[in-house]
Design a protein around this ligand. Structure first.
Ligand SMILES: [Zn+2]
Length: 248
């Protein structure tokens, strides 16, 4: 996966949004004069502009490039002299230049900029998340089945012991205290087991699903990717929610 260095600015003359991606100028976007003069000019020869977006794996960072100008992330101006970056997600609102009269600062759609720069996110870690979810799900199911099996065995044994209490046969009658003890012991053992492990199946499943919803998300837009297996997502080649490309 290639790391990108994207410099964004206003294209001189056309006043459209332009960018340099790893030093190469891309076709400017938008209609002429759609970018106000408050956005700093892109200067390809000096490799500078209004702001710089740098990607490292799935991490995206933004720097302000012109100390006389301003870049806002979610309404807050970021470090003006560009000495340190601000981490970005596709959900963040990025605006360039000081507000003018009644106009809000110019908004840049980060997702569109990343797409235009051919950025692709890496989702290989999701293969592991998917596998682990499958495995944990199965483990909970097996635990649940064991609990059910144990419950029925205990039930049968206690019933047998109780039934033995009513058998008039003297040999069995002499065993009554033992049988009662066994029946009670089984009930206590099962009650303790159940108390300790609890009927945790549904609770564990709920927790597992919550965790899965937090982890099985697009690294770009952060949205849950649904029940599409990781390898299918990679062969789809892009996010079904935001459309960003996925590295193969
Ligand atoms: Zn996405």
């Amino acid at each position: 996966m290639e790391n990108l260095d994207i410099i964004i600015g206003r294209e001189d003359g056309t006043n459209r949004l332009a960018m340099l991606v790893n030093g190469t100028k891309k076709q400017a976007a938008g209609t002429p004069n759609s970018v106000p003069m408050t956005v700093s000019r892109l200067k390809p020869d000096q490799m500078t502009g209004h702001c710089r977006i740098v990607t490292q794996g799935n991490d995206v960072w933004i720097y302000n490039l012109n100390p006389q100008n301003v870049t806002y992330v979610n309404g807050e101006p970021i470090c003006a002299d560009g000495s340190f970056p601000t981490q970005l997600s596709a959900k963040d609102k990025v605006q360039l230049g000081y507000p003018q009269e009644n106009n809000a600062p110019y908004s840049v759609n980060i997702l569109s900029a990343l797409k235009a720069a051919n950025w692709s996110a890496d989702i290989h870690h999701l293969l592991h998340v998917w596998k682990q979810y499958d495995y944990d799900n199965e483990k909970i199911d097996i635990g649940q089945q064991r609990m059910n099996a144990m419950q029925s065995v205990t039930g049968i044994l206690s019933m047998g012991a109780t039934a033995a209490l009513f058998v008039p046969n003297p040999t069995i009658a002499s065993l009554r205290p033992v049988l009662i003890t066994i029946a009670l012991a089984l009930m206590v053992v099962f009650a303790v087991f159940r108390f300790r492990k609890g009927n945790m199946g549904p609770v564990q499943k709920k927790r597992l699903n919550e965790q899965f919803h937090r982890d099985y998300v697009c690294p770009c837009c952060g949205q849950f990717l649904g029940n599409i297996p990781g390898n299918e997502l990679i062969s789809l080649g892009k996010c079904t929610k935001c459309g960003i490309s996925y590295a193969s």
